[in-house]
Design a protein. Structure first.
Length: 304
């Protein structure tokens, strides 16, 4: 009898152990399946989204590295100590494998620290709705720098990038516009870089605005209106010079006495800046006339 009782107990323990092992195996299998299903959703769902803006620039790494090396080796060799590989890696890590609608300024902080460089006083030139003209001017006059003429802006100008939670972590098909989500990689980058550019300005700063825009030359919602003027330091900036340019042959929708310019002046005066405004700043107008030498506006320009 004792032997039979012992055998029964052994069988019971064995059955119990087998049951526990089977239960543990089932739990492990359930966890693995849940993980695979969740991972599968992450892999598939982002690729189903079709954003409205162009996707990441092809060969982005080569473009960024090429521009970086050109800037620090050829254009400004005094910046030759900049590590372009680290700069690229910091940009990549700011967005790769990330939700393209959930980017923060903190994501770009390492990049800003690596790529920033001093800007001499009296050289900072801001702009709104004058992109082509202002950059033609800075190419012909090295005394001024826009954000796009700094290393950060030079690398990023006219290129696009955004991440994707699924492999390969970069979306080459499409990226979100600001209207789709404000915290997209491009918008956050330019806002962060613009803030840093404004904070670094000193001495006299210039801003080139478009007086041919019917809605007004100054807009509070622009990057200049919502970020840059709010981050100018009155202790470092002595004056703001406004250059209000009109298209050659285009409408003169607003002058320096116009409503939006008066609104801009009020904002600047409240922050204790000295302000001047000039309609059709002559050096820039002469540059416009290079492309329109026979236009009546240019004949008047050259006769004065």
């Amino acid at each position: 009898m004792p032997f039979q009782q012992g055998s029964a107990r052994t069988r019971q323990r064995t059955v119990l152990l087998v049951g526990i092992v089977v239960l543990l195996a089932a739990l492990v299998l359930a966890v693995v399946l849940a993980s695979l299903l969740t991972h599968g959703k992450q892999e598939v769902s982002p690729k189903m989204l079709k954003w409205k803006d162009r996707g990441t620039t092809k060969n982005l790494q080569e473009v960024i590295l090429g521009r970086c090396y050109n800037y620090v080796m050829a254009r400004y060799p005094e910046l030759g100590d900049k590590d372009c590989l680290k700069i690229w890696e910091s940009l990549k890590h700011a967005f790769i494998y990330k939700n393209p609608c959930n980017i923060t300024s903190e994501d770009y902080e390492p990049l800003m620290e690596l790529a920033s460089h001093p800007i001499s006083c009296n050289k900072s030139l801001f702009w709104s709705k004058t992109s082509d003209l202002v950059h033609r001017y800075t190419k012909s006059n090295q005394n001024f720098l826009t954000l796009e003429d700094t290393l950060l802006g030079y690398m990023a100008d006219r290129v696009s990038w955004c991440g994707d939670p699924s492999a390969p972590g970069i979306n080459y098909e499409s990226c979100p516009k600001r209207s789709e989500c404000e915290s997209n990689p491009s918008s956050v980058f330019w806002k962060t870089a613009s803030k840093m550019f404004a904070e670094a300005a000193c001495g006299v700063v210039q801003v080139m605005l478009n007086g041919s825009i019917e809605a007004g030359a100054f807009r509070n919602s622009s990057i200049f209106g919502s970020i840059e003027i709010l981050n100018l330091n009155p202790d470092k900036v002595s004056a703001v010079h406004i250059w209000l340019m009109h298209d050659i042959g285009g409408p003169h929708s607003e002058s320096c006495s116009g409503h939006s310019i008066q609104r801009l002046k009020t904002i600047l005066e409240e922050r204790n800046f000295k302000i001047t405004c000039e309609d059709n700043y002559r050096p820039v107008q002469l540059l416009q006339c290079v492309h329109n030498p026979d236009h009546r506006d240019c004949r008047l320009c050259t006769s004065t």
